[in-house]
Design a protein around this ligand. Sequence first.
Ligand code: SF4
Length: 676
Amino acid sequence: MSGEPIAVIGACHHDCPDTCAWEVTVQDGRAIKLRGHDEHPFTRGQLCPKVNRFLDRVYHPDRLLYPLRRIGPKGSGEYEPIGWEEAIDEIAGRLRDIADRDPEAILQYSFDGTQGSIQKGVMADRFFDALGASDIRRHLCGVTSNLGAEAVSGSRLGIDPEELRHARFLILWGTNTLLTNRHLWPTIEAAKTAGATLVVIDPIRTQTAAAPIVDEFFQLAPGTDVALVLAMVNVLDRDGLLDREWLEQSTADWRGFIDAAQDMDPQRAASITGIAGDRIEWLARSYAGTKPAAIRSLIGPEHREHGRDIMRAIAMLPALTGAWRERGGGLARSAAIYFDLALASGGERPVRRSFNMGRLGEVLTDGAMIEALVVHNSNPAVITPGQNDIIAGLEREDLFTVVIEQFLTDTARYADYVLPATTQLEHLDLMTAWGHLYLSLNLPAIEPCGETLPNTEIFRRLAAAMGLTDEGLRDSDEDLVRQLLDSDHPWLEGITFDRLRAEGFVRLGVAPGFRPYVDSRPPTADGKLHLGGLDYRPGTETRTGNPVLAQRYPLTMMSRKQHAKFLNANYGGFENHLPQEGEPRLEIHEADALPRGINDGDRVEVRNDRGALTLTATVSDTAQPGLVTIPFGWWNRSTPEARAVNALTNPAVAADDIGSSFFHENLVEVVRLDDR
Ligand code: SF4
């Protein structure tokens, strides 16, 4: 006889701003249904095409259920199952040998395989800190954008995205909301219904740009955002549209920003951005003349060499027009900072040798002396630029590799040991968000499948086996959640573990209508927003920045999130998530396809000095002349060369080694295969 079904509240863990709350129906210990929580104000009862079939993932026949030890060559995917005790003992022994010689020869690699505050890396960080291992700076995404915004305000605070419903002029800047932030769309529709003008700025005609409710789409040349901003400032100054009272009271060095814009009139900007001068004039005047005016931007514009300049330029616009004054005006960015401020900090981590995660290929192949790599919450053979070097590094016979995973990913196939991890249905976690202000508690709905363990427990066991006794290495997952909630920040007042367990999710206590930089002062030394000089600088690997390279590789290639059922590399290897075409396709504009003799459906080679991919071409006007795109997230084994787009992307990082990867700034050539 079947037992009564029970409902368990949880929240999605994916690298997505929406952090949906969900309800899992469990019967006889098995999850039988998963749906969006009806009462969560942002989720509104809907998940998304990626996660609607998450139970198929949990119970997938290919799920890793037991620890595995390699028995074939690296990359072959040949393993034998072993017990946990044996696996932990053997791994701990190898790590101990290496640590005794040189703890910095050990490197962890992890990112946003889960965004959960607990399972993402808190126990892993404690473990590697206790070992004194080298560290990875988790910079693949978001950091450049944060730095640009912080340069203006000393903070990452933007307006609560739900406040966008009050905007009457709304710019979606480099963000494909309908695909990557879909639960914000009703808020945008509400603004539109109330009379807002909706503008999209993007190099690609995304589904958001093509949405019927969009009033104006500006398809700017890739990476020319700063020129567009400067031209807008030029118009605002010329036409007397600056909020001088606000500027004098609340900002510093605004004249430096104005001066920087003097030689970027709309005509000059038109030649750089590809947007006609009269349209730039309209954009500037409408933005300054309609109140409240808001800009929504996430990580799209940042993935460039000068992405910091772009976000700084975007963040200076509302400071120039005083848009922060009105409810619904200003800039809506990642909301993660609200949680960072409210939750208790884990304390300072020790400073050690560390690497920007975008440089993994170089680190593994170029003398950094890494002898052991422990990967969790990441699939670097797919998601990280410099794919050929990363795979060459993973193939090193002298590299001891452990991967904690749910499936045998392209990275896991190179591991000496693969340790099976729980999914979000099987472990506890505290979920913050970067698209809204609701804090959620994810309760485990079912017992772990097979012998899977939470990442936290795996690191607790490794720590015990290695005799590490540092404070915190034995804390339970509930201890870790309670530690984060142990904060006296007013936004967390009344939010306790027990309340979250009962209610599932609670909004931070941020007052509705809170206006950052009006209701509180920017945390800069003088309490003002800092503007100042800014130049438009093309990146080193762009057609204008490197005309010599562009002679060989005349097309800009952007790696983009494109598929509704993908989320980074989370689903790129799953049959029921793959688009019908069964492989990634190159999108190319007719103006570039025609002279190359490329027709829709032709096989083409896309190449640069880093590698080559064989793909099928789609000729469309989604991109623009001079720009091609390849989707992000497909597993390598989906292409004939067993390589995906990151075989072509630029593994460079900013000169100071801080910031996000340059997924959008790569030069390539495309050749029809018959013509090679
Ligand atoms: S991936 Fe994003 S939209 Fe989909 S369920 Fe998770 S949080 Fe919601």
